[in-house]
Design a binder for this molecule. Sequence first.
Ligand SMILES: Nc1ncnc2c1ncn2[C@@H]1O[C@H](COP(=O)(O)OP(=O)(O)O)[C@@H](O)[C@H]1O
Ligand SMILES: [Mg+2]
Length: 363
Amino acid sequence: MAPSGEPSGGTVHVNPYRLVGQVAEGDRFIGRAHLLRRVRATWAEPGRPANLRVLGHHRVGKTSLVRRALGTAADRPDLTAVVINVGTCASGDDMFRSMVRSVMEQLEDAPGVDGALAAIGSGVQMADGWYDLKEGVRAFFKAVRKAGRHVLLVLDEFDRAAGVAKPPDFQLLRDLASEPEFPLGLITISRRPIEVIESAEAASQAGSILGAVVINPLYVGMFTDEEADLMLARAASAGIGLASVRDEIVDRTGLHPFLLELMCNRVVQAYAETGKVDVAACYESEAIEFHAQFDRLIGNIDADTGGNGSALLRRIAAGAPGIQPSADLSRLIQMGVVSRTPEGGLSLFSREFGRHVLTLGEG
Ligand SMILES: Nc1ncnc2c1ncn2[C@@H]1O[C@H](COP(=O)(O)OP(=O)(O)O)[C@@H](O)[C@H]1O
Ligand SMILES: [Mg+2]
Protein backbone atom coordinates (compact mmCIF):
# COMPACT_ATOMS: atom_id res chain seq x y z
CA MET A 1 0.00 0.00 0.00
CA ALA A 2 1.29 3.43 -0.89
CA PRO A 3 2.04 5.41 2.26
CA SER A 4 -0.55 8.09 1.72
CA GLY A 5 0.62 11.67 1.58
CA GLU A 6 4.30 10.73 1.77
CA PRO A 7 5.37 8.76 -1.26
CA SER A 8 8.94 9.96 -1.24
CA GLY A 9 10.48 8.48 1.82
CA GLY A 10 8.63 9.81 4.82
CA THR A 11 8.72 13.56 4.24
CA VAL A 12 5.26 15.07 4.22
CA HIS A 13 5.20 17.64 1.43
CA VAL A 14 2.87 20.56 1.38
CA ASN A 15 1.10 20.91 -1.97
CA PRO A 16 2.57 24.12 -3.43
CA TYR A 17 -0.60 24.71 -5.48
CA ARG A 18 -3.08 24.40 -2.61
CA LEU A 19 -4.03 28.09 -2.68
CA VAL A 20 -5.28 27.91 -6.28
CA GLY A 21 -8.03 30.44 -6.89
CA GLN A 22 -6.74 32.91 -4.33
CA VAL A 23 -4.94 36.07 -5.34
CA ALA A 24 -1.37 35.05 -6.21
CA GLU A 25 1.04 36.80 -3.86
CA GLY A 26 4.49 36.27 -2.37
CA ASP A 27 6.30 33.25 -3.83
CA ARG A 28 3.14 32.17 -5.60
CA PHE A 29 3.23 35.11 -7.97
CA ILE A 30 4.87 34.22 -11.28
CA GLY A 31 6.36 36.38 -14.02
CA ARG A 32 4.34 39.16 -15.68
CA ALA A 33 7.39 41.45 -15.65
CA HIS A 34 6.29 43.44 -18.68
CA LEU A 35 2.73 43.92 -17.39
CA LEU A 36 4.00 44.90 -13.93
CA ARG A 37 6.13 47.60 -15.53
CA ARG A 38 3.11 48.96 -17.36
CA VAL A 39 1.06 49.17 -14.16
CA ARG A 40 3.92 50.77 -12.21
CA ALA A 41 4.47 53.28 -14.98
CA THR A 42 1.21 54.96 -13.96
CA TRP A 43 2.89 56.32 -10.82
CA ALA A 44 6.55 56.17 -11.84
CA GLU A 45 6.80 59.91 -12.48
CA PRO A 46 6.42 62.40 -9.64
CA GLY A 47 3.05 64.11 -9.35
CA ARG A 48 -0.37 62.86 -10.17
CA PRO A 49 -0.63 59.18 -11.25
CA ALA A 50 -1.93 58.37 -14.73
CA ASN A 51 -5.16 56.49 -15.42
CA LEU A 52 -5.21 52.91 -16.70
CA ARG A 53 -7.85 50.33 -17.59
CA VAL A 54 -6.79 46.74 -16.92
CA LEU A 55 -8.77 44.30 -19.06
CA GLY A 56 -8.93 40.53 -19.10
CA HIS A 57 -11.16 37.50 -18.75
CA HIS A 58 -12.19 35.86 -15.49
CA ARG A 59 -9.26 34.40 -13.49
CA VAL A 60 -6.40 35.29 -15.80
CA GLY A 61 -4.66 37.19 -12.99
CA LYS A 62 -5.82 40.82 -13.16
CA THR A 63 -6.21 41.29 -9.41
CA SER A 64 -2.96 39.47 -8.67
CA LEU A 65 -1.11 41.64 -11.17
CA VAL A 66 -2.30 44.98 -9.87
CA ARG A 67 -1.87 44.04 -6.22
CA ARG A 68 1.64 42.81 -6.93
CA ALA A 69 2.49 46.05 -8.70
CA LEU A 70 1.14 48.05 -5.75
CA GLY A 71 3.74 46.39 -3.54
CA THR A 72 6.20 49.02 -4.75
CA ALA A 73 3.83 52.00 -4.49
CA ALA A 74 5.21 52.57 -0.99
CA ASP A 75 8.43 53.75 -2.66
CA ARG A 76 6.66 57.06 -3.19
CA PRO A 77 6.04 58.57 0.21
CA ASP A 78 3.54 61.09 -1.18
CA LEU A 79 1.36 58.37 -2.71
CA THR A 80 -1.64 56.72 -1.08
CA ALA A 81 -2.89 53.65 -2.94
CA VAL A 82 -6.29 52.16 -2.19
CA VAL A 83 -8.10 49.20 -3.71
CA ILE A 84 -11.89 49.15 -3.66
CA ASN A 85 -13.75 46.05 -4.78
CA VAL A 86 -16.80 47.44 -6.55
CA GLY A 87 -18.48 44.05 -6.12
CA THR A 88 -18.76 44.71 -2.40
CA CYS A 89 -20.32 48.16 -2.83
CA ALA A 90 -24.09 48.29 -2.48
CA SER A 91 -24.43 51.60 -4.34
CA GLY A 92 -22.49 54.42 -5.92
CA ASP A 93 -22.69 56.34 -2.64
CA ASP A 94 -21.27 53.34 -0.86
CA MET A 95 -18.38 53.21 -3.34
CA PHE A 96 -17.44 56.86 -2.71
CA ARG A 97 -17.75 56.45 1.03
CA SER A 98 -15.40 53.47 1.10
CA MET A 99 -13.00 55.33 -1.15
CA VAL A 100 -12.79 58.25 1.27
CA ARG A 101 -12.70 55.97 4.30
CA SER A 102 -9.80 53.90 2.87
CA VAL A 103 -7.78 56.97 1.95
CA MET A 104 -8.42 58.51 5.38
CA GLU A 105 -7.33 55.33 7.19
CA GLN A 106 -3.99 55.46 5.44
CA LEU A 107 -3.51 59.20 5.84
CA GLU A 108 -4.30 59.43 9.53
CA ASP A 109 -0.67 59.60 10.66
CA ALA A 110 0.84 61.02 7.48
CA PRO A 111 2.93 64.18 7.72
CA GLY A 112 1.14 67.34 6.61
CA VAL A 113 -2.29 65.83 7.29
CA ASP A 114 -4.32 67.61 9.92
CA GLY A 115 -7.66 67.30 11.62
CA ALA A 116 -9.40 69.34 8.95
CA LEU A 117 -9.04 66.53 6.44
CA ALA A 118 -10.39 63.99 8.91
CA ALA A 119 -13.36 66.28 9.53
CA ILE A 120 -14.17 66.48 5.83
CA GLY A 121 -13.74 62.70 5.63
CA SER A 122 -16.22 62.01 8.41
CA GLY A 123 -18.56 64.55 6.87
CA VAL A 124 -18.62 62.33 3.79
CA GLN A 125 -19.49 59.28 5.88
CA MET A 126 -22.45 61.09 7.43
CA ALA A 127 -23.66 63.01 4.40
CA ASP A 128 -27.19 62.18 3.45
CA GLY A 129 -28.33 63.02 0.01
CA TRP A 130 -26.34 62.74 -3.18
CA TYR A 131 -25.51 66.44 -3.35
CA ASP A 132 -23.89 66.63 0.10
CA LEU A 133 -22.01 63.44 -0.54
CA LYS A 134 -20.72 64.59 -3.89
CA GLU A 135 -19.60 67.96 -2.57
CA GLY A 136 -17.98 66.23 0.41
CA VAL A 137 -16.03 63.87 -1.85
CA ARG A 138 -14.81 66.76 -4.00
CA ALA A 139 -13.80 68.79 -0.94
CA PHE A 140 -12.02 65.77 0.51
CA PHE A 141 -9.82 65.10 -2.49
CA LYS A 142 -9.09 68.79 -2.96
CA ALA A 143 -7.88 68.89 0.65
CA VAL A 144 -5.78 65.78 0.04
CA ARG A 145 -4.09 67.63 -2.80
CA LYS A 146 -3.50 70.69 -0.63
CA ALA A 147 -1.77 68.42 1.88
CA GLY A 148 0.69 67.54 -0.88
CA ARG A 149 -0.54 63.97 -1.32
CA HIS A 150 -1.39 61.94 -4.39
CA VAL A 151 -3.87 59.10 -4.58
CA LEU A 152 -3.89 55.99 -6.72
CA LEU A 153 -7.41 54.59 -6.72
CA VAL A 154 -7.91 51.01 -7.93
CA LEU A 155 -11.48 49.94 -8.66
CA ASP A 156 -11.43 46.14 -8.92
CA GLU A 157 -14.38 44.12 -10.26
CA PHE A 158 -15.36 47.24 -12.15
CA ASP A 159 -17.79 45.21 -14.30
CA ARG A 160 -20.04 45.31 -11.26
CA ALA A 161 -20.26 49.08 -11.51
CA ALA A 162 -22.90 48.46 -14.18
CA GLY A 163 -25.35 47.47 -11.45
CA VAL A 164 -24.06 49.83 -8.78
CA ALA A 165 -23.10 53.20 -10.24
CA LYS A 166 -25.49 55.66 -11.90
CA PRO A 167 -24.58 58.27 -14.53
CA PRO A 168 -23.81 60.96 -11.89
CA ASP A 169 -21.46 58.49 -10.18
CA PHE A 170 -19.56 57.92 -13.41
CA GLN A 171 -19.47 61.68 -13.86
CA LEU A 172 -17.94 62.20 -10.41
CA LEU A 173 -15.38 59.45 -11.06
CA ARG A 174 -14.52 61.18 -14.29
CA ASP A 175 -14.05 64.52 -12.55
CA LEU A 176 -11.85 62.96 -9.88
CA ALA A 177 -9.74 61.19 -12.49
CA SER A 178 -9.33 64.14 -14.82
CA GLU A 179 -9.82 67.61 -13.33
CA PRO A 180 -6.66 69.42 -12.27
CA GLU A 181 -7.83 70.20 -8.73
CA PHE A 182 -7.79 66.52 -7.81
CA PRO A 183 -4.60 64.56 -7.02
CA LEU A 184 -5.92 61.24 -8.23
CA GLY A 185 -5.10 58.56 -10.80
CA LEU A 186 -7.60 55.76 -11.47
CA ILE A 187 -6.99 52.12 -12.39
CA THR A 188 -10.09 50.14 -13.31
CA ILE A 189 -10.01 46.33 -13.51
CA SER A 190 -12.67 44.65 -15.59
CA ARG A 191 -13.49 42.22 -18.35
CA ARG A 192 -15.62 44.59 -20.40
CA PRO A 193 -14.58 47.97 -21.75
CA ILE A 194 -15.58 50.90 -19.52
CA GLU A 195 -17.90 52.21 -22.26
CA VAL A 196 -19.96 49.02 -22.14
CA ILE A 197 -20.12 49.01 -18.35
CA GLU A 198 -21.31 52.62 -18.35
CA SER A 199 -23.90 52.23 -21.04
CA ALA A 200 -25.48 49.24 -19.30
CA GLU A 201 -26.69 51.68 -16.67
CA ALA A 202 -26.54 55.05 -18.32
CA ALA A 203 -28.15 54.65 -21.72
CA SER A 204 -26.12 57.81 -22.09
CA GLN A 205 -26.81 60.00 -25.04
CA ALA A 206 -23.60 61.84 -24.33
CA GLY A 207 -21.49 58.76 -25.03
CA SER A 208 -18.90 57.55 -22.61
CA ILE A 209 -18.31 59.62 -19.51
CA LEU A 210 -15.54 57.84 -17.65
CA GLY A 211 -14.18 55.86 -20.59
CA ALA A 212 -13.08 59.07 -22.26
CA VAL A 213 -10.58 59.84 -19.50
CA VAL A 214 -9.42 56.33 -18.58
CA ILE A 215 -8.08 55.61 -21.99
CA ASN A 216 -4.94 53.46 -21.89
CA PRO A 217 -5.73 49.76 -21.91
CA LEU A 218 -3.57 47.00 -20.45
CA TYR A 219 -4.62 43.52 -21.54
CA VAL A 220 -3.97 40.63 -19.18
CA GLY A 221 -4.06 37.33 -21.04
CA MET A 222 -2.40 33.96 -20.87
CA PHE A 223 1.03 33.14 -19.45
CA THR A 224 4.08 32.90 -21.68
CA ASP A 225 5.78 29.51 -22.13
CA GLU A 226 8.42 30.53 -19.59
CA GLU A 227 5.79 31.50 -17.03
CA ALA A 228 4.06 28.14 -17.50
CA ASP A 229 7.41 26.41 -16.93
CA LEU A 230 7.80 28.32 -13.68
CA MET A 231 4.33 27.23 -12.59
CA LEU A 232 5.13 23.56 -13.30
CA ALA A 233 8.53 23.83 -11.63
CA ARG A 234 6.90 24.59 -8.30
CA ALA A 235 5.98 20.89 -8.11
CA ALA A 236 9.63 20.23 -7.28
CA SER A 237 8.97 21.35 -3.72
CA ALA A 238 6.62 18.36 -3.44
CA GLY A 239 9.26 16.07 -4.89
CA ILE A 240 7.60 15.80 -8.31
CA GLY A 241 8.87 16.67 -11.78
CA LEU A 242 6.16 17.76 -14.20
CA ALA A 243 8.38 18.60 -17.19
CA SER A 244 7.75 15.22 -18.81
CA VAL A 245 3.97 15.73 -18.73
CA ARG A 246 4.05 19.40 -19.70
CA ASP A 247 2.46 18.83 -23.10
CA GLU A 248 -0.32 16.70 -21.61
CA ILE A 249 -1.11 19.42 -19.08
CA VAL A 250 -0.93 22.33 -21.50
CA ASP A 251 -3.10 20.42 -23.99
CA ARG A 252 -5.93 20.83 -21.44
CA THR A 253 -5.13 24.08 -19.70
CA GLY A 254 -3.38 26.05 -22.38
CA LEU A 255 -1.31 28.81 -20.79
CA HIS A 256 -4.29 29.93 -18.69
CA PRO A 257 -2.87 30.84 -15.25
CA PHE A 258 -5.80 29.61 -13.18
CA LEU A 259 -6.39 26.41 -15.16
CA LEU A 260 -2.68 25.60 -15.01
CA GLU A 261 -2.57 25.95 -11.26
CA LEU A 262 -5.84 24.02 -10.92
CA MET A 263 -4.40 21.12 -12.90
CA CYS A 264 -1.06 21.16 -11.07
CA ASN A 265 -2.90 21.15 -7.78
CA ARG A 266 -4.87 18.07 -8.78
CA VAL A 267 -1.80 16.24 -10.13
CA VAL A 268 0.19 16.83 -6.96
CA GLN A 269 -2.74 15.81 -4.79
CA ALA A 270 -3.27 12.62 -6.79
CA TYR A 271 0.44 11.87 -6.59
CA ALA A 272 0.34 12.13 -2.82
CA GLU A 273 -2.50 9.62 -2.78
CA THR A 274 -1.36 7.15 -5.45
CA GLY A 275 2.33 7.78 -6.07
CA LYS A 276 1.52 8.23 -9.77
CA VAL A 277 1.33 11.13 -12.18
CA ASP A 278 -1.66 10.57 -14.47
CA VAL A 279 -2.75 13.76 -16.20
CA ALA A 280 -5.66 12.19 -18.09
CA ALA A 281 -7.17 10.79 -14.89
CA CYS A 282 -6.65 14.13 -13.15
CA TYR A 283 -8.41 15.95 -15.95
CA GLU A 284 -11.33 13.54 -15.59
CA SER A 285 -11.67 14.35 -11.93
CA GLU A 286 -11.50 18.12 -12.56
CA ALA A 287 -13.67 17.97 -15.69
CA ILE A 288 -16.66 19.65 -14.04
CA GLU A 289 -14.57 22.62 -12.94
CA PHE A 290 -12.93 22.88 -16.36
CA HIS A 291 -16.24 22.75 -18.19
CA ALA A 292 -17.69 25.37 -15.87
CA GLN A 293 -14.72 27.64 -16.64
CA PHE A 294 -15.00 27.00 -20.36
CA ASP A 295 -18.75 27.62 -20.38
CA ARG A 296 -18.38 30.82 -18.42
CA LEU A 297 -15.74 32.02 -20.85
CA ILE A 298 -17.93 31.21 -23.86
CA GLY A 299 -20.92 32.87 -22.22
CA ASN A 300 -18.93 36.01 -21.53
CA ILE A 301 -17.53 36.10 -25.05
CA ASP A 302 -21.05 35.77 -26.43
CA ALA A 303 -22.23 38.57 -24.17
CA ASP A 304 -19.33 40.75 -25.33
CA THR A 305 -19.96 40.13 -29.02
CA GLY A 306 -23.72 40.35 -29.19
CA GLY A 307 -23.94 36.57 -29.49
CA ASN A 308 -21.51 36.14 -32.39
CA GLY A 309 -18.60 34.90 -30.34
CA SER A 310 -19.34 31.22 -30.00
CA ALA A 311 -19.87 30.78 -33.74
CA LEU A 312 -16.49 32.42 -34.32
CA LEU A 313 -14.88 30.21 -31.67
CA ARG A 314 -16.36 27.12 -33.37
CA ARG A 315 -14.96 28.09 -36.73
CA ILE A 316 -11.53 28.64 -35.23
CA ALA A 317 -11.72 25.34 -33.34
CA ALA A 318 -12.69 23.55 -36.54
CA GLY A 319 -9.78 25.14 -38.38
CA ALA A 320 -12.11 26.78 -40.88
CA PRO A 321 -10.20 28.57 -43.63
CA GLY A 322 -10.57 32.20 -44.59
CA ILE A 323 -11.68 33.71 -41.28
CA GLN A 324 -11.77 37.44 -41.95
CA PRO A 325 -10.38 40.07 -39.61
CA SER A 326 -13.09 41.62 -37.42
CA ALA A 327 -13.42 43.61 -34.22
CA ASP A 328 -14.59 40.45 -32.44
CA LEU A 329 -11.54 38.52 -33.60
CA SER A 330 -9.14 41.30 -32.62
CA ARG A 331 -10.63 41.39 -29.18
CA LEU A 332 -10.31 37.61 -28.75
CA ILE A 333 -6.66 37.93 -29.72
CA GLN A 334 -6.07 40.88 -27.38
CA MET A 335 -7.61 38.97 -24.50
CA GLY A 336 -5.45 35.90 -25.23
CA VAL A 337 -8.32 33.52 -26.02
CA VAL A 338 -7.16 33.19 -29.64
CA SER A 339 -3.65 33.49 -31.01
CA ARG A 340 -2.05 33.51 -34.43
CA THR A 341 0.00 30.45 -35.28
CA PRO A 342 3.41 30.88 -36.90
CA GLU A 343 1.82 29.66 -40.15
CA GLY A 344 -0.64 32.54 -40.03
CA GLY A 345 -3.62 30.47 -38.89
CA LEU A 346 -5.68 30.92 -35.72
CA SER A 347 -5.76 28.72 -32.65
CA LEU A 348 -7.63 28.69 -29.37
CA PHE A 349 -5.69 29.00 -26.12
CA SER A 350 -6.16 25.32 -25.25
CA ARG A 351 -6.92 22.31 -27.39
CA GLU A 352 -9.31 20.97 -24.78
CA PHE A 353 -11.18 24.27 -24.93
CA GLY A 354 -11.42 23.77 -28.70
CA ARG A 355 -12.82 20.27 -28.26
CA HIS A 356 -15.33 21.63 -25.75
CA VAL A 357 -16.37 24.42 -28.12
CA LEU A 358 -16.99 21.85 -30.86
CA THR A 359 -19.14 19.58 -28.68
CA LEU A 360 -21.37 22.56 -27.93
CA GLY A 361 -21.80 23.11 -31.65
CA GLU A 362 -23.25 19.63 -32.04
CA GLY A 363 -25.95 20.20 -29.41
N1 LIG B 1 1.03 35.88 -11.80
C1 LIG B 1 0.48 34.75 -11.35
N2 LIG B 1 1.24 33.79 -10.75
C2 LIG B 1 0.69 32.65 -10.33
N3 LIG B 1 -0.60 32.34 -10.45
C3 LIG B 1 -1.42 33.22 -11.03
C4 LIG B 1 -0.93 34.48 -11.51
N4 LIG B 1 -1.95 35.16 -12.04
C5 LIG B 1 -3.04 34.38 -11.91
N5 LIG B 1 -2.74 33.21 -11.31
C6 LIG B 1 -3.69 32.11 -11.05
O1 LIG B 1 -4.97 32.56 -11.48
C7 LIG B 1 -5.88 32.62 -10.36
C8 LIG B 1 -6.77 33.85 -10.50
O2 LIG B 1 -6.03 35.05 -10.31
P1 LIG B 1 -6.77 36.46 -10.07
O3 LIG B 1 -5.72 37.47 -9.92
O4 LIG B 1 -7.78 36.32 -8.98
O5 LIG B 1 -7.52 36.64 -11.48
P2 LIG B 1 -8.61 37.73 -11.94
O6 LIG B 1 -8.53 38.90 -11.03
O7 LIG B 1 -8.23 38.04 -13.35
O8 LIG B 1 -9.95 37.03 -11.89
C9 LIG B 1 -4.98 32.60 -9.14
O9 LIG B 1 -5.65 32.02 -8.05
C10 LIG B 1 -3.83 31.72 -9.60
O10 LIG B 1 -4.24 30.36 -9.58
MG1 LIG C 1 -10.03 39.70 -9.82
